[in-house]
Design a protein around this ligand. Structure first.
Ligand SMILES: Nc1ncnc2c1ncn2[C@@H]1O[C@H](COP(=O)(O)OP(=O)(O)OP(=O)(O)O)[C@@H](O)[C@H]1O
Length: 295
């Protein structure tokens, strides 16, 4: 029986710079072995609906062609199924693909990975009712994303511009109560991020030892810092020397509870998508090896 594969393509991911050529894809997959179909997203979040269709059509592999946002929408629909996720990273940051060592600037090589079908089971993060596959946060990263999304051209330069602009506009988070492992914290940090991978996108990282299949999440907290120290951290991150920054508090855990003490809406980001939150309580858990991914 042929293996049914559906490619779901986000044509605007990564500014649409890397294009998927359907004929090239078809040429790679042997017709006697694979039945290949394509779907293209036409609007924001359309990938979810297209994945539901692809599931009804009994595809056994669904390939997300896009960045972390597209992967999140597609993979979220695959949780609880045996369907395998493939990734052709054509987004901007491509954090998850970089962690999984899927080639990010060579579509052909990424497609070859799908032909080979080496499958890994990965953990999934869950925050309230949302899934995340790479990371989530409620601090400075949400401000960066708000700025970043306003900038039209989006690759690395815009990201750095968004970080620098946000650094001067960002006020620390309001106080939160945090329960992690056996610790109860009362903090108003600069950054509060929970990661499933060791990637923040663009090969930047604050937690290079994080693994996607260890059944653990990495909580990274950066307390309030003078701005010059944060600029120093940015430089260290670019040089991949962030370990020399002594203001990072790091927990490895399965569960994190957060309580917002001020009753105003706030933003949460999951895999680069901003969500306006009304709930004051956030519960974050790990689902152990809950998704099959080709890497
Ligand atoms: N046809 C479309 N028109 C407008 N938006 C779309 C369309 N298709 C998908 N989207 C939206 O595009 C957004 C960005 O996609 P994605 O995150 O994959 O790319 P990226 O931001 O370039 O990459 P990364 O997240 O890795 O930095 C997603 O929120 C998705 O819902």
């Amino acid at each position: 029986m042929k293996t049914k594969i559906c490619f779901i393509i986000n044509p605007i991911a990564g500014l649409g710079i890397q294009k998927i050529n359907r004929n090239e894809v078809l040429a790679i997959f042997n017709k006697n072995q694979f039945e290949v179909t394509f779907k293209e997203t036409e609007y924001c979040k359309h990938a979810r609906l297209l994945t539901q269709e692809a599931l009804k059509e009994n595809n056994s592999i669904i390939v997300a062609c896009g960045g972390d946002g597209t992967i999140n929408e597609i993979a979220g629909e695959l949780v609880g199924t045996q369907v395998i996720l493939g990734i052709v990273p054509i987004g901007s940051g491509n954090g998850l693909a970089k962690h999984l060592e899927i080639p990010t600037n060579n579509i052909y090589k990424a497609l070859q990975k799908i032909v080979t079908q080496h499958i890994e089971q990965i953990d999934i993060g869950k925050v309230n009712s949302y899934y995340f596959f790479s990371n989530m946060g409620i601090g400075f990263d949400t401000q960066v994303l708000k700025t970043y999304k306003r900038i039209k051209n989006r690759p690395m330069y815009s990201y750095i511009k968004a970080v620098v602009t946000s650094l001067f506009n960002y006020k620390n988070m309001p106080k939160i109560k945090v329960k992690v492992n056996d610790c109860n914290l009362l903090i108003n940090p600069f950054l509060f991020m929970i990661a499933n991978t060791n990637q923040l996108g663009y090969n930047l990282s604050l937690h290079r030892n994080a693994m996607i299949n260890d059944g653990q999440l990495d909580l990274i907290i950066i307390k309030k810092q003078p701005k010059y120290k944060l600029v120093w951290l940015g430089l260290l991150m670019i040089l991949k020397q962030e370990k020399y920054f002594n203001g990072i508090v790091h927990y490895v855990t399965k569960n994190i509870e957060v309580e917002q003490l001020i009753n105003t809406p706030y933003y949460l980001q999951k895999d680069g998508e901003l969500i306006k939150m009304e709930e004051s309580h956030i519960s974050v858990n790990i689902l152990d090896k809950a998704l099959n991914v080709i890497n």
